[in-house]
Design a protein around this ligand. Structure first.
Ligand code: UDP
Length: 237
């Protein structure tokens, strides 16, 4: 069985890590995610991951409490480092060899982002977890996923969500909503389908980097996406 995509960038939002909980990290969910990643790793697929932080701290919402936006965004980026550490731990327990690289320096805890080294880890079969987003306030980890995906020359960005693809409208609200098997970046942007933020979509579109939006909670879905099967929604130019 050969995979369609040899090198992938998986975006795991904070929401994915908290499962049905209201916040924080759900360790049972984390274990399931690690098992899905491990299956794909065994196929020889090179895996880079960008983790979000919304389950712990989100910059935008905290500005409502009076925290300055830039400060709140740094807090959000630090939240992604906590998630990365938890994910790294779960991966080690699951038999994978993970390495975290952070866009913000904190050498005692995680190594800094160094492109060449990250590429080497990928070639060695290690899973590289990118933490601290882009390292800049006013951005999101979706944008970090597009950016790191481009830098790592991945074949596709995979956005793991709770829903198994992009729908014509919210399937939780509208039972008539249908899943797009394929859609273009321009359609996704124009229809404001809340797939990923517009900056991330535009970056992927301009670099012709395909994106698949799929459910990480559907058993085997990650593997099916990597094998090029009809799973999730494929977004292309
Ligand atoms: N963040 C940031 N710059 C980045 C990435 C993230 O300032 O490049 C901050 C921002 O405040 C964001 C928080 O980190 O709200 C957590 O990231 P995100 O909301 O993207 O996490 P997710 O929704 O994927 O859990």
């Amino acid at each position: 069985m050969t995979a369609t995509y040899k090198r992938i960038l998986l975006k795991l939002s904070g929401e994915a890590l908290m499962g049905e909980d209201s916040h924080g990290i759900n360790h049972a969910i984390m274990k399931r995610i690690v098992a899905e990643v491990s299956e794909v790793n065994k196929l020889g697929v090179e895996i880079a991951i960008v983790v979000g932080g919304g389950n712990i701290f989100r910059g935008m919402t905290s500005t409502k409490d009076g925290i300055e936006r830039v400060t709140a965004d740094y807090m959000g980026m630090l939240a992604t480092v906590m998630n990365a550490l938890a994910l790294q731990d779960a991966m080690k327990q699951g038999g994978l060899i993970p390495r975290i690289q952070s866009a913000l320096r904190m050498e005692q805890v995680v190594e800094p982002y160094i492109r060449g080294r990250a590429m080497r880890y990928l070639k060695e079969g290690r899973v590289v977890i990118f933490a601290a987003g882009t390292g800049n306030p006013f951005f999101t980890t979706d944008t970090a996923a597009a950016l790191r995906g481009m830098e790592m020359n991945v074949d596709i960005v995979l956005k793991a969500t709770k829903v198994d693809g992009i729908y014509t409208s919210d399937p939780k609200i509208n039972s008539e909503a249908t899943r797009f098997q394929k859609i273009t970046f321009n359609e996704a942007i124009a229809k404001n389908l809340q797939v990923m933020d517009a900056t991330a979509l535009t970056l992927c579109r301009d670099q012709k980097l395909p994106l698949n939006v799929f459910s990480i909670f559907k058993a085997g879905a990650l593997k099916r996406v990597v094998m090029g099967e009809d799973e999730g929604t494929l977004v292309t130019v």
